[in-house]
Design a protein around this ligand. Structure first.
Ligand code: HPA
Length: 273
């Protein structure tokens, strides 16, 4: 058995000792957006420390647990707190939770994050539906011998973000009258924010929003055959685009302010999946 798959089986066994819950959708909540997990009909909460071999987040203020439950009858598994590459984990460990949620039964991965706007038409507080991504600045989680049990090594990436799910998100946002931008997400390693020259680089490369997560998770989910969708909360314009220097607190504050709309959008979208 591939060592990565063996580790996953250990995690899976830890969870299966506690519950036989089978999620349909796996939802990862980005920074500032974590409260949503407490608003669903909760079936069970599993702290990451209770899962054998699971990477535990080191960022202060990031909760680390799975919340299993239902959103209008749809079984979901929510990650309240993700693991970031900048915390020092291997990229394989960073995407382990995604693969684990797939093994638990999740067919859809719904990614969310806080991101910096690179597109001049964006404003802090905008939501952006991710239509495509650039992950080339972090190592591919598929490097190394292929985990045959999960998927093919040279996986096709022509439609990472599922077109039908994109339509679902767009029509849901429209009905709720929540404006939704669309664009390309680029993942850099962080944890420092980007320099103005790097922000220009991102724009030249075709990115609309920049962040420190998500794209590697999508690579792993695409590899193991999950359908993927994603929304970024644009908490700020990227460095050099506004007068004021950027700080983590500002990012949190905007995410908090936008949380009510974000939650409405999530609930309505999840209930249709
Ligand atoms: N850059 C990278 N990640 C981020 C940003 C940013 O400007 N804002 C929130 N997450």
């Amino acid at each position: 058995m591939h060592p990565v798959y063996e580790k996953l089986q250990g995690c899976l066994a830890s969870i299966r000792q506690k519950t036989d819950f089978v999620p349909k959708v796996a939802l990862i909540l980005g920074s500032g957006l974590g409260d949503y997990a407490e608003e669903i009909e909760i079936h069970q909460i599993i702290p990451y420390e209770e899962i054998q071999g699971f990477p535990v987040s080191t960022v202060p203020g990031h909760k680390g647990r799975f919340v299993l439950g239902y959103v209008k009858g749809v079984p979901v598994i929510i990650m309240q707190g993700r693991v970031h590459y900048y915390e020092g984990y291997s990229i394989t460990d960073v995407v382990l939770p995604v693969r684990l949620m797939k093994l638990l039964g999740a067919e859809i991965l719904f990614l969310t994050n806080a991101a910096g706007g690179v597109n001049f038409d964006f404003r802090p507080g905008d939501f952006m539906m991710i239509t495509d991504q650039i992950s080339s600045f972090v190592p591919s989680p598929l490097i190394g011998s292929n985990v045959e049990e999960l998927g093919e090594q040279f996986s096709d990436m022509s439609e990472i973000y599922d077109k039908d799910l994109q339509k679902l998100l767009e029509s849901t946002a429209e009905e709720l009258r929540i404006p939704l931008q669309k664009g390309v997400y680029i993942q850099l390693t962080g944890p420092n924010y980007e320099s103005p020259a790097e922000v220009r680089m991102c724009r030249i490369l075709g990115a609309d929003a920049v962040g420190m997560s998500t794209a590697c998770e999508a690579v792993a989910a695409n590899h193991c055959g999950m359908k993927i969708c994603g929304i970024s909360c644009i908490t700020n314009l990227a460095c050099g685009m506004s007068e004021t220097p950027l700080n983590h607190k500002e990012v949190q504050e905007i995410a908090d302010q936008k949380a009510p709309d974000f939650k409405r959008l999530l609930t309505a979208a999840l209930s249709r999946m």
